[in-house]
Design a protein around this ligand. Structure first.
Ligand code: TZP
Ligand code: MG
Length: 214
């Protein structure tokens, strides 16, 4: 599947650490109402059956709003829920293997930290890349820090869309201007916010500005 670059503008990655008294589905719906252009279901500890149930539930919402929906890591859940695709990192199944499992029509996103990894992922069938940690995240403890020059270098070397991740919020988002990324992937600045709709509206505006600045 070929992805339109606009779908990277504001990419929401779920995290049940921030649920409070709400369901993940309610939070995702608010994020979409606020303008997110892409949703990734990231579940690090749910058993398969519950992961699949969540995926099927959230897919109904993303389908209603026509927002692309991918599953983090778990290719089986992605296939069984008929999600739009999968997102894998360097420690997960290989890009070639995942592509052979999901077929050519599904979205395949890959996290990369170097130009070499980026080129390899693109060549092996990734539809977009996630790169980071760009600003120092508190959410993922083993995230690898990435400097601005590497971000720029990856963006100039690949022709698929690139989304930046890691510690991105309203105050630092515009620092990505000129990096070449097509958008931002965000967890806590969306889901830890008490007003998810408003948080997304602000982040989307900033992301559009960042991309237009170049
Ligand atoms: N990969 C690199 S950083 C990160 C992931 C999944 C976490 C991003 O979370 P936050 O809260 O937006 O910093
Ligand atoms: Mg992974």
């Amino acid at each position: 599947m070929k992805l339109d670059n606009d779908s990277m503008l504001l990419y929401a990655v779920t995290d049940r650490a921030w649920l409070g008294d709400r369901t993940l589905a309610e939070q995702v719906e608010d994020a979409i109402i606020g303008g997110v252009t892409f949703v990734q279901l990231r579940e690090k500890s749910l058993p398969y059956d519950e992961f699949l149930k969540q995926a099927i539930h959230i897919k109904k919402i993303t389908d209603t709003f026509k927002v692309p929906f991918v599953i983090n890591d778990n290719v089986e859940v992605a296939i069984a829920s008929d999600a739009d695709g999968v997102h894998v990192g360097q420690e997960d199944l290989s890009v070639k293997k995942v592509r052979s499992m999901i077929g050519s029509d599904k979205i395949l996103g890959v996290s990369v930290q170097t130009v070499e990894q980026a080129l390899k992922a693109e060549q092996e069938g990734a539809n977009y890349l996630g790169i980071g940690d760009v600003f120092g995240t508190k959410t993922k403890h083993d995230a690898t820090p990435m400097n601005f020059e590497t971000v720029k270098e990856i963006c100039t070397n690949v022709s698929i869309p690139v989304v930046a991740i890691g510690g991105i919020n309203e105050t630092n988002l515009l620092e990505l201007s000129g990096s070449g990324v097509d958008g931002v992937a965000v967890i806590s600045a969306i889901f830890a916010n008490s007003d998810i709709v408003e948080a997304c509206q602000k982040l989307l505006e900033l992301s559009k500005k960042m991309v237009n600045e170049g």
